[in-house]
Ligand binder design. Structure first.
Ligand code: PEP
Length: 250
């Protein structure tokens, strides 16, 4: 069984004053029976790393460029994230696919670059509401998985986050059966591609309106190895409760 992972995505939120939330979160991190990761804006990676001190809190980026360095104004490379103190990077979040036209091919290239730098790539997949209503969820998510994940990875380099686009930041969530159906399909696809051992060791996170009051039931779904949490990761009280819920999940 892979170690469970509670991951927070701060998106474009957070300034120095918000590091108080990290200090408030540290008791929950110290007591966690799972891995804990927060991906703040790049401007806070170094300061969050320092605020965490010796606590087992991993820090990640929210995107990286595929190149190591060069003439790419406004971009950040995987090597830079690592240099700033990151150990993980979220790639292919639906907001980046929508706002920045990221494709499976570009996400795959970025994931290769991140992994080559020793970062864990947290690759996001998920269907839109129109795709779900057209009964295309498994096809869409399966296509994103096969297109966005590079070949030749090992389990500790990769985390997959299933995030239905329509559930992100909306307060809506799929039914537990719907989450289970997608996670089972992702697990089978990973096992088919990378072999049973690696396929069962790659963490599969659910993301989309995870809150303290729905975390326990979501973490009870088979093949859910944790969560990628947006809004509720901004407040120590809420994210701490989600971390605790994950620690008690079977
Ligand atoms: C996310 O942005 O990855 C996310 C899941 O957001 P929220 O938890 O706010 O729905």
């Amino acid at each position: 069984m892979p170690q469970k992972l509670a991951a927070g995505n701060w998106k474009m939120n957070g300034q120095a004053a918000d590091l108080a939330e990290i200090e408030a979160l540290l008791p929950a991190v110290q007591a966690a029976r799972c891995e804990v990761l927060i991906c703040p804006p790049a401007t806070l990676i170094d300061r969050m790393r320092r605020a965490a001190g010796s606590a087992p809190l991993a820090i990640g980026g929210q995107d990286c460029h595929a190149a190591k360095s060069g003439a790419h104004t406004g971009d950040i490379s995987a090597a830079m994230l690592k240099d700033a103190g990151a150990s993980h990077v979220i790639l292919g979040h639906s907001e980046r696919r929508q706002d920045h036209g990221e494709t499976n091919a570009s996400v795959r290239t970025k994931a290769s670059a991140a992994i080559a730098e020793g970062l864990v790539a947290v690759v996001c997949v998920g269907e839109t509401l129109a795709e779900r209503e057209a009964n295309r969820t498994l096809d869409v998510v399966g296509g994103q998985l096969s297109g966005s994940v590079p070949d030749g990875i090992s389990a500790e380099m990769l985390v997959i986050a299933y995030e239905p686009v329509w559930a992100i930041g909306t307060g809506l969530t799929p039914t537990l059966d719907q989450i289970g159906e997608v996670h089972d399909a992702l697990r089978a696809a990973l096992a088919g591609r990378f072999g049973a051992e690696a396929g069962s060791a790659i963490r599969l996170l659910y993301g989309g309106s995870v809150k303290p009051d729905n975390a326990v039931e979501i973490f009870g779904v088979s093949n859910v190895d944790g969560a990628l949490v947006g809004g509720a990761s901004l407040k120590a009280k809420d994210f701490g409760a989600i971390i605790a819920a994950l620690g008690t999940a079977g």
